[in-house]
Design a protein around this ligand. Structure first.
Ligand code: PLP
Length: 358
């Protein structure tokens, strides 16, 4: 058969999203499953978002502002940086893709910890870069000294996921200081802080505040999690202006949609509510962690809106057992299971399922 697409993509895994409620209805006849598989916040859109979306939709026959001026100005004000340092995109996952495109040619290397966000291998392979996966420590976190050692003269990008998805572990200020000091000036370091709003341990640095001024650091944030806009797709990054210019050159034009821009502006007006919701999630995270540790003492401390069960080869069976009880979690076979923090009732249903499954 004539080959029409790149042969190297045959070996690439497809991105596996969390299973959803419709999957369980179809496969198991469970009508109202609880979805704790995609790290969403369970409280619905923030106040003002639905109205802003309804208003924006009336202009949906027009292209959005390609410069995303209003939203970038607003983010700049909120995060205390100049607007020329901000790039928005169709979720932070798209921005990670653009970063790879803006830094790597085929054969270049992208270093990241593993296991980490499952999009990193796909993003790397998409630009023909080589993934250099540095195994997590025994405590399920980044091994920063080993990551520093893994940097070669082919390395263009290093990704530090803090807190790490799916393990919830974090790197602390002193170790990140040391690491960044060893990274060569011509290697870009991405601090992927998708879960920053859930961090309560003040030894874990806010990448923007601590390292935003470093020329080779880019901070990646998303409005999908704490800001409740997963379905509308808005992420942003903060980089030095010259890096931001290069990334804008490879952006898919108009990829922050009109509706997404309006929703993000409305969400930013509701920050007090975001903080209230994050506090609820954090309280539940601590409760769920404590309860789980009675069943599985190795559950690591999480600084995100999910917890990690290091179940190894039992991960898939645990996931299936939870689904039988109407709770969708996220197994990574051979490694563990990630469970998003939901409402107190949803978490109780998960804990009951976990107790039976374990
Ligand atoms: C570490 C990390 N980075 C980035 C993303 C992408 O988020 P989004 O594309 O929705 O902004 C996720 C989503 O799960 C994530 O876990």
């Amino acid at each position: 058969m004539t080959r029409l697409t790149r042969a190297d993509l045959d070996a690439l895994p497809v991105y596996v999203p969390g299973r959803n409620v419709a999957d369980l209805a179809r496969e198991l006849g469970i009508a109202e499953a609880i979805k704790l598989a995609s790290n969403e916040v369970p409280f619905g859109p923030l106040p003002g978002v639905t109205e802003a979306v309804a208003e924006a939709v009336t202009q949906s026959h027009r292209y959005p502002d390609m410069g995303v001026v209003q939203l970038r100005d607003r983010l700049a004000e909120r995060y205390g940086v100049s607007p020329d340092r901000i790039v928005t995109g169709c979720g932070s996952v798209a921005l990670a893709e653009h970063l790879a495109k803006a830094t790597c040619l085929p054969g270049d290397e992208i270093v990241y910890s593993w296991r980490s966000f499952e999009a990193y291998p796909i993003i790397s392979a998409g630009v023909g870069a080589t993934s250099v996966r540095v195994p997590n420590t025994a405590e399920h976190g980044h091994d920063l000294p080993a990551m520093a050692d893994a940097i070669t003269d082919r390395t263009r990008l290093v990704i530090v996921c803090n807190p790490n998805n799916p393990t919830g572990t974090s790197v602390r200020r002193a170790e990140l200081d040391r690491f960044l000091d060893t990274v060569p000036d011509d290697v870009l370091v991405v601090l992927d802080e998708a879960y920053r709003e859930f961090v309560t341990d003040d030894t874990i640095p806010d990448g923007l505040a601590a390292y935003g001024d470093r020329p080779n650091v880019v901070v990646l944030r998303t409005m999908s999690k704490a800001w409740g806009l997963a379905g509308l797709r808005v992420g942003f990054l903060v980089a030095q202006p010259d890096v931001a210019v290069a990334i804008r050159k490879v952006l898919t034009p108009f990829s922050t949609s009109l509706v997404a821009q309006a929703a993000a502006l409305a969400a930013l007006d509701a920050e007090d509510e975001v903080k209230r919701r994050c506090a609820l999630v954090v309280a539940e995270r601590e409760r769920v962690t404590e309860a789980l540790r009675k069943l599985l003492p190795e559950v690591p401390s999480s600084q995100s809106n999910f917890v990690w069960l290091p179940l190894g080869d039992r991960a898939a069976a645990f996931g299936a057992a939870c689904e039988q009880r109407g709770v969708i979690v996220r197994p990574f076979q051979g490694d563990g299971v990630r469970v998003t923090i939901g409402t107190p009732e949803e978490n109780d249903a998960f804990l009951a399922a976990a107790e039976t499954a374990l």
